[in-house]
Design a protein around this ligand. Sequence first.
Ligand code: FAD
Length: 497
Amino acid sequence: MNQYDLIVVGSGPAGRRAAIQAAKLDKKVLVVEQGRRVGGVSVHTGTIPSKTLRETALNLSGWRERGFYGQSYRVKQEISAEDLRRRLLITLDHEVEVLEHQFSRNRVQHIRGKASFVAPDTMQIVKDDDDIIHVSGKSILLAVGTRPYRPESIPFDNKTVLDSDELLEIHSLPRSMVVIGAGVIGIEYATIFSALDTAVTVIDPKSTMLDFIDKEIVEDFTYQLRDRNMKLLLGQKAEKVEKLPDGKVAVTVDSGRKIITDMVLYAAGRMGATDTLNLAAAGLEADSRGRLRVNPETFETSVPGIFAAGDVVGFPSLASTSMEQGRIAARVAVGAIAMEPQKYFPYGIYAVPEISTCGLTEEEMKERGIPYECGIARFRETSRGHIMGLDTGMLKLIFSLKTRRLLGVHIVGEGATELVHIGQAVLNLKGTVEYFVENTFNYPTLAEAYKIAGLDAWNRMGEKKDAPADTVKLTDTTTSTTVEESVKSEKKKASSK
Ligand SMILES: Cc1cc2nc3c(=O)[nH]c(=O)nc-3n(C[C@H](O)[C@H](O)[C@H](O)COP(=O)(O)OP(=O)(O)OC[C@H]3O[C@@H](n4cnc5c(N)ncnc54)[C@H](O)[C@@H]3O)c2cc1C
């Protein structure tokens, strides 16, 4: 039986980052991946395909130019599913190639097959040709991710009633679509198809959506969706989905309303892919959504030597955070020092328009009783916004009144997911409103909105801004761990191993 320092199950963002990290520390690493090609959900059905689809839709529809040339402007009059797929396949090929090269450059072994436990340190791998091998590892990392939740009551047919994986395979663009679930995935796809002129209805039993995002940003976003005629049936439950003889689908809502549509996207949640791992043989158990519980600092499960990272451990379920979790888990697994991640990470929602956010929302400031002031900039106030023909888009900064520190940055509009990193850096480096007031920004850029929002907050702060900033250790924020604190806790971790 082959012995490894680390066996990684799954080659998505968490698995691949973990494997490369351990290999860089000269460890013998094996990655087991059941999919046809490496990359995980992120490369094949999630992040990269949906973002490629978005980019293609925006380019071919001429969406970004409509501020100048009007709502009827199109780069390509008839956009087909084939147009969307062509770019997707090229992008995915590049991604896989880069990944395979990373694995071979770092001498990470990878094997195609389905892994399951036979003992806490031993796994069996069923290969494609049904050949079975056994491998053992000093540590094992479960980076198996999630798959779409598919309730029995929904008549999925891979054609007109689909989950988010199947949506990438459609052969023609629907004229109408019902999206069940107003979470991030549902909203991203709903707005992308709406940009392609599909008449979209979103249904969700909750009366609000994207609750972890600052409310003012969600209000602005919702206004933009309604303004372009998207129907948002929030606080309403889709009770029945039926396929009709003419090929259409009927969705009955609990209010009694019946919507006849070309296509239904069911995007109401995902399940951890743990059911085939034979967790019992390792002494592990998943929760009702197939997720695993871990120590949030080390990503070790309740069984010593078995780690889990990425979507299988739950929120925030992002490719970006999964990579960091995988890297930390691998370092701890092989006994290396692992710095804790910064507390404030950015969250990006690639809807049309984009939303991105980092730090505390205004609602959280209120809940924590932190006195604060906000500064707001509209993209149409910037010269770059004029050049780009933007009449929507806003950036909101939230500062502590006591310390003048930036505690939250929230953006909706073009380039939000890139712009947020300026705010993230200032926030995690504990910068104050003075940073934005005193620094020069490239002109004309959308980043100039930071200056405008900073000045807006500065002006609103009144006489408070003239008082020296409170230098006492902050108690009004969940401050990120200082470097000294991190090093101390790492030493503690290393000595307890
Ligand atoms: C539609 C969509 C859009 C998204 N957009 C974004 C975005 O814009 N930004 C962002 O940061 N995140 C986004 N995400 C989330 C992102 O894709 C995930 O956070 C990320 O893929 C999780 O990585 P992971 O390593 O945990 O696992 P995954 O990427 O899910 O990979 C897990 C891998 O494990 C393999 N596996 C499972 N069980 C076994 C087994 N028993 N044996 C062998 N192999 C196994 C699977 O085949 C899979 O390849 C999106 C997700 C979806 C679905």
